[in-house]
Write a protein that binds this ligand. Structure first.
Ligand code: ANZ
Length: 935
């Protein structure tokens, strides 16, 4: 505490000292303590990539750390853990390229992340760190999978039920009365039929119901990479990585029946304190639409085409049908003349990703099948086409095309010269080519004409439902989630196959199924997953499933594990779950809206159904931190002369923009040309055209990325300024949920602020200047004003506002030369959540406390002190403001009246009159009403 100035060395010493002490004293270990209210504050845990943290990452982590400290000081038992989402693709890719085991690289990356996070002084409970790739952890990820396998979704009780109950029902009375969320192709069977099924047939039948099931589904298969790809890993029909062709392929996959929970996942959103945009993303993803399924008989055939439509009222305008090229009926209905054309069109479409198929393009493709369907009301012939804009796994994979009401159908009709039939008219639609809106009228359908839209829907459906040709339905855009990947670095799916090929889950007592080592991490030459190489890896004599779980498995329940991280008999104990409950605040990126945040909700709903949890929603409040943009520097090269020209001279030249490292640019956008020449060979002998002796660049705010040389590493800044300054700076960039542009220059502000704080405790000579004197009213006002503002702003996570209030407070205390202990204590407490190191140091060394400041009580503002003792009160006489009088606060009305009436200005106005009324609004205004003496 003897240092003269708060310089880099002092800061380093202080930070090192407190990191060690906090760890030794286990300051951040929290225990289940039912005498205290709990608060659960969580970050989305990181995937430990090889690149380490950049300044964008810690924004959310600092935000939750500030909040956790604040809540703990306010009397809460705060759970604030951190862990690692440590299975995943990059480690595996690296392993394929280098032969290094992903476990080795992952552990190395985790060590880097931890050392970076440690420097920032986060209050994570060290005893609760988890890694999803730990067998003790994935033991329970596997266990949850087995529970999903052993469950089906009952639509009567609206919850998951044990599969045994379903089996008993099948044995007793078949499935006619079973109201389940199941595969749409599930046939109705009797108890006798069930009894006659072979064990393999029974197991396959149950797959229609299980929440974890194996089924054929279309996947994006990349033969060269030997794996299934997600939609966003494909571009123009080729793999993003490597550029290999990708095909739609029917494959047996492990899937999770998330669609069963679609309604509950929708309804649950209403009660959550999430950004509305995030909720909307989930709503759209789930995509519930109301409509009907209508059967169209194929002419001269037994087959009926079942279409899904959200606009049954437009049935009279349907002029053709379109099937997805993959539709089951295509083969059978196609007439001989069109077989070859249909086959070749189907092949062509198989190469297109779903995204390309739905994208609006000018390229309209399709193929006539030669078959016709019968319009269910008019009996007319409707040609049946196949086209890529109809997707196989949405709705029923077939549509009735209504060119007069639907733009895509209209475009298709135009492209292939198919008829367009107007069906609606209405004043509002007079100029619009596509009516079908509320208020318009159905015109050309005989009996039905003159109806409004809702009436037309009812009228049409009544007729069709009566004959069994239609039913009202809901359709959901959400698909069941593919759960098996042809990868190595993931949780083994705890399934083995018996000699008949029946899938069984590994019994509870034999979990976890640990990931075996293999010689190579690539798929085998036969295109089998890498785990096929582990030949001796068997359950008893039986072969294990060799696909592994996807990246989102481990992250779908990790927030539960933090409550009870070492439990070896359950994912989480009842006691821990009952105390910690849901996450109160969850901070992370909005890119997880329809992935992680949806899957985690699904698993939580499921675990609640199966009695493991008492709540269904995992995250009460979610906040998405805004991105931190980097600042890129761009210089220009004349394409003709190859000279580099200062940015202000580029007008009129044909120039090529080039990124240069932002560290070579000063705050006036001047580029350090010597540094640039030394930086890259290409610049060393370049010709630079200066402007008035300087060389300018342009700047651009954009996402931080290595290729743009605009990445800022937090370690470098912490090395110079310390973690407290860094934390303050990040929180001062702007509202936490909004995009902010990084600025290294402005880190000076928070740094100077902390210097000023330091100065309130120590003189420039390094002497302690804290005094044990009573504070003045003015000093109290300053600090209590800060308490009121900072407490409220911190509670609201409006951190930039809180920091601004702290800065004002420190400036004012500086002006007042206030070194009073009782005032400075309050200031330190307010500052602590933002700057834990310096506040702990001053609290302990300058103020002599023996316990951590984190265990002190958060101050409460004394409202009375927020005002000055005296105030200037406006006095109005007969409604006109005449003067202002200084009054003591808290005076009685009599005392005020006595003082006011003695005032010379007031006396002057009242002279020659009679006081009628004296109105005093405390702390606000005085109103005097008087009348002139008339006698
Ligand atoms: C007739 C119609 C008339 C339709 C009209 C729309 C407007 P949402 O709201 O997204 O659920 N459709 C159905 N299945 C499809 C598939 N597999 N691929 C592509 N399109 C499909 O949209 C449902 C509507 O999208 C359905 O209602 C159907 O076209 C089309 F004025 O039927 B509609």
């Amino acid at each position: 505490m003897q240092e003269l100035l708060m310089n880099t060395d002092t800061i380093k010493k202080i930070e090192r000292k407190w990191l060690a002490r906090w760890e030794n004293e286990r300051l951040y270990s929290v225990k289940l303590d039912t005498s205290l209210p709990k608060y659960y504050c969580l970050d989305m845990f990181p995937y430990p990539s090889g690149a380490g943290l950049h300044v964008g990452h810690p924004r959310g982590y600092i935000a939750t750390d500030v909040y956790s400290r604040f809540k703990r000081m306010a009397g809460f038992n705060v759970l604030h853990p951190m862990g690692f989402d440590s299975f995943g693709l990059p480690a595996e890719q690296y392993a394929i390229e280098t032969g290094q085991h992903p476990r080795v690289t992952t552990d190395k990356n985790i060590a880097t992340f931890k050392s970076q996070l440690r420097k920032l002084g986060f209050c994570y409970d060290p005893d609760r760190e988890i890694k999803t790739s730990d067998a003790q952890y994935y033991h329970w990820t596997q266990w949850i999978f087995t529970q999903l396998f052993d469950s089906w979704y009952c639509l009567d009780t609206r919850q998951a039920m044990p599969i045994d109950a379903l089996i008993q029902h099948l044995e007793r009375s078949g499935n006619a009365e079973v109201n389940a969320w199941s595969d749409s192709r599930t046939s109705i069977i009797s108890a006798q039929q069930w009894a006659k099924f072979s064990p393999l047939q029974q197991s396959e039948f149950l797959m229609n119901y299980r929440l974890a099931y194996r089924a054929d589904s279309y996947v994006n298969w990349c033969p060269a990479l030997g794996t299934v790809l997600a939609n966003d890993e494909i571009k123009d029909g080729f793999s993003e990585r490597g550029g290999h062709p990708v095909q739609k392929k029917m494959m047996k996959q492990w899937m999770l029946r998330i669609s069963a929970y679609a309604d509950r996942l929708l309804e649950g959103l209403d009660s959550l304190d999430w950004p509305e945009a995030l909720k909307d993303m989930q709503r759209n993803w789930i995509g519930k639409s109301q409509g009907a399924e209508i059967d169209f008989q194929v002419r001269d055939s037994q087959i009926a085409i079942n279409v899904f439509t959200t606009c049954p009222d437009t049935l009279y305008g349907a002029t053709f049908l379109v099937l997805a090229p993959e539709h089951d009926a295509v083969e059978e209905i196609t007439s001989p003349t069109f077989k070859a054309a249909v086959a070749s069109y189907r092949e062509e479409v198989a190469l297109r990703s779903e995204r390309e198929r739905v994208a609006k393009t000018d390229r309209i493709t399709g193929q006539f099948t030669g078959a016709y369907a019968v319009h269910p009301l008019t009996g007319e012939n409707l040609p049946i086409w196949i086209a890529d804009y109809v997707l196989a796994d949405y709705g029923t994979g077939a549509i009735m095309a209504v060119p007069s009401a639907d733009q895509r159908d209209f475009n298709f009709a135009q492209a292939f010269d198919l008829p367009v039939l107007q069906i609606y008219e209405g004043a509002e639609q007079a100029n619009k080519p596509f009516p079908g809106k509320e208020g318009s009228r159905l015109i050309n359908s005989g009996e039905a004409s003159g109806m409004l839209r809702a009436e037309a829907t009812d009228w049409i459906l009544e007729r069709l439902v009566a004959t069994g040709a239609a039913k009202r339905t809901f359709n959901y855009r959400i698909r069941d989630a593919i759960f098996g990947r042809q990868r190595y670095w993931g949780e083994p799916i705890p399934v083995y196959y018996d000699e008949q090929g029946i899938a069984h889950v590994v019994p509870e007592q034999d979990l976890p199924v640990t990931l075996p080592d293999v010689e190579a991490f690539l798929p085998t030459s036969e295109g089998e997953p890498p785990l096929e190489r582990a030949r001796s890896w068997r359950y008893g004599g039986y072969k294990y499933e060799t696909t592994t779980m996807p990246g989102w498995a481990g992250s779908s329940w990790y927030f539960l594990r933090y409550m009870d991280p070492t439990n070896s008999s359950a994912p989480v104990s009842r006691e821990a779950m009952a105390y910690w409950q849901t996450v109160d605040l969850y901070v992370g990126g909005s890119e997880h809206a329809t992935g992680h945040l949806l899957y985690a909700r699904f698993w939580t709903h499921f675990l609640k159904d199966r009695g493991l949890l008492s709540f269904s929603e995992p995250f009460k409040r979610v906040l998405c931190q805004g991105m931190i943009l980097g600042v890129s520097a761009i210089i220009y090269r004349d394409k003709a002369t190859h000279e580099y020209v200062s940015a202000d001279l580029k007008e009129g030249r044909d120039v090529q923009p080039l990124y240069v490292d932002i560290s070579m640019v000063n705050d006036k956008n001047q580029v350090d040309i010597d540094a640039l020449r030394a930086w890259r060979q290409t610049y060393s002998n370049g010709v630079f055209i200066y402007s008035n002796g300087v060389f300018l660049c342009d700047r651009l705010s954009e996402k931080m990325s290595k290729s743009k040389y605009n990445v800022v590493n937090p370690d470098d800044l912490i090395d110079i300024y310390g973690a407290d300054t860094f934390r303050l700076h990040e929180m001062f960039l702007g509202p936490i949920d909004q995009t902010a542009t990084w600025s290294t220059q402005s880190i000076d502000g928070p740094h100077k602020f902390l210097q000023k704080v330091w100065r309130l405790f120590l003189s420039e000579q390094g002497e302690m200047v804290v005094e044990n004197l009573e504070p003045t009213a003015e000093e109290l006002k300053v600090v209590h004003t800060a308490i009121a503002k900072v407490a409220r702003a911190t509670e609201d996570m409006s951190y930039n506002t809180a920091i601004a209030a702290l800065m004002i407070c420190v400036n004012q205390l500086g002006v007042l030369h206030c070194h009073k202990r009782s005032v400075l204590e309050l200031l330190l407490k307010l500052l602590h959540p933002y700057a834990p190191f310096i506040t702990e140091e001053l609290w302990s060394e300058a103020l002599g406390h023996s316990h951590s400041i984190l265990d002190s009580e958060y101050p409460v503002a004394d409202e009375r002190l927020l005002y000055e003792a005296q105030f200037e009160c406006p006095v109005s006489i007969n409604g006109k403001l005449r003067t202002r009088i200084m009054l003591q606060r808290g005076m009685t009305e009599e005392a005020v009246k006595a003082q006011v009436l003695k005032d010379s200005t007031v006396q002057r106005w009242l002279s020659g009159g009679r006081l009628l009324k004296f109105i005093f609004v405390p702390d606000r205004i005085i109103n005097i009403v008087y009348a002139l003496n008339t006698d």
